[in-house]
Design a protein around this ligand. Structure first.
Ligand code: B4P
Length: 191
């Protein structure tokens, strides 16, 4: 099993690049943002709990996120590996993920970090907001809250993986294909 964490600020292109990675490597995609949006759409209890946080650009509480990921991993025990997109977003989530994977006799092979400057992130998210219908993409104030959450709670996760010598930073500005080429180069050193 090869498990990858795709890491970066909101709008860095994690979802965009995940689609290419899944196609090439056949990994099971676990995007916590997509899973929450599915629950929101279906009106589940979990979706109701997550809505107020997401709509305001805040992180959903760790215990809710970790429980959901645990369930998803257990549903796909036979996958050749996982790509975690937008998870972990806190050090507590990263520690929990290590434990969940150890229970399945596996671990994270590498963390790929997409590096994108703040001005570019805001531009991308406001652009996506025109068509996505996502409440968290639709005004600059909410986007600033998301970037603030990233800087205070998520950036320490990069240090967590650096401590395990598993981090790999990639320039996330440029063509989608060019960035994907750099990701493939990084991933192939772990295959
Ligand atoms: P997510 O759904 O994970 O989304 P994201 O960070 O907004 O976007 P992503 O980086 O995937 O960007 P994308 O490829 O779409 O999170 C949403 C919310 O869910 C969070 O704010 C939080 O509330 C909650 N949540 C999720 N996971 C959580 C967790 N673990 N803990 C707590 N809460 C959690 O790209 C963005 C745009 O850029 C697109 O329009 C795309 O077309 C464009 N783009 C992509 N690559 C480009 C490139 N190279 N050049 C130009 N544009 C590009």
């Amino acid at each position: 099993m090869v498990n990858i964490v795709l890491f970066g600020p909101p709008g860095a292109g994690k979802g965009t690049q995940s689609e290419h990675i899944i196609q090439k490597y056949g990994l099971k995609h676990i995007s916590t943002g997509d899973l929450f949006r599915k629950h929101l759409g279906e009106g589940t209890q979990l979706g109701k709990e997550a809505r107020s946080y997401m709509d305001n650009g805040k992180l959903v509480p760790d215990e809710v996120v970790i429980g959901m990921v645990d369930e998803t991993i257990n549903e796909h025990k036979d996958a050749p590996g996982f790509i975690f997109d937008g998870f972990p977003r806190t050090v507590a989530q990263a520690e929990a993920l290590d434990k969940l994977l150890a229970d399945h006799d596996t671990s994270i092979a590498c963390m790929i970090e997409l590096d994108v400057p703040q001005d570019e992130l805001k531009k991308r998210l406001l652009e996506r907001g025109k068509t996505s219908g996502r409440a968290d993409d639709q005004n600059e104030e909410k986007i600033n809250v998301r970037i603030g959450e990233y800087l205070t709670k998520t950036v320490p996760v990069a240090k967590f993986y650096a401590g395990q010598d598993k981090n790999c930073k990639i320039n996330g500005v440029g063509s989608v294909e060019g960035i994907f080429g750099d990701i493939v180069e990084a991933m192939d050193t772990h295959y």
